[in-house]
Design a protein around this ligand. Sequence first.
Ligand code: BDP
Length: 330
Amino acid sequence: MLDFTKNAKRVAVAAGLSVAALAAPAAAAELRAWNIHVEDYPNSIALESFAAEVADKTGGEVTIKLFHNGVLGSQPDAIEQVRLGALDIGQFNLGPMGTSIPETNVVSLPFIFPGIPEMYELMDGAVGEAISAGMEKKGMKALAWYDSGARSFYNSIRPINSPADVEGLKLRVMNNDLFVGMVEALDGNATPMAFGEVYQSIKTGVVDGAENNPPSYESVSHFEVAQFYSLTEHLIIPECVCVSMKAWDAMTPEQQEIVATAARNSAAQQRELWQAREASAMKNVEAGGVTINKIADKGPFQERMAGVYDGFLEANPELTDLVNLIRGTN
Ligand code: BDP
């Protein structure tokens, strides 16, 4: 599928041809990129800039074809496809990656980041590097980190102010046992489900609600069917622009540099757009009839998570240092 100079050289050498015979310019390569969001979402707009910069700076040698709205399949499937090299690029949330890439799970631990500024700093530094190294062992690489704000619970039954309010609620979570454990620690019933199925499932009462950041709660209309939004802010999970190692290794160093720089530039844009979109989403859902409540004391929610942490560290002792690095207890 990919036809970069480097690959062509390998093939030529293997076939006994001289590399000089390949003096012709590299054939243009088109990378296919998966994105779950609607076109006007901050992530989608930033991905468009990413693609434009790559095409421009490589003189059209590398182009990126974006597939928005999750048309190429669910996120868990797309993650596997990028790992295997069947898809080239994915704009992924790290939440559903935990099943195949253990290092990514550290950012799926509830309440692990004290706030968004801390998340940026750690992801742009040692924590981001450690996570990307874990990804590389499993077939993909993070080029840049996007913001995904903080996720909070919403449901159609009642506002949540304390853990007792979660009891018995059927809540959709992303595909990861950690999130099932998180909801069960609050005595709720967790249902892992693909993002695209959530709206209908809430509408028909298969689940009572879910949890997400304000832009996603708004963009796929979950707010219309689950009108209590309780700002538990229990998960701050960053997202990546990830490339399959297969596509990455097929690029020349110059092309890699251009792609990596363009991804980082797009992340700067995404983070700015994100702030504005969070604010407008909150206004829009409120205007759409949603009852929003802040949580006066998150302490009782955090205390319930002790078992989630214990279980995780017991099962993954090698990730203790990384967890402590994020919590600032190293
Ligand atoms: C959104 C993420 C997206 C996830 C979705 C979900 O940006 O990647 O698929 O949540 O809940 O916030 O599945």
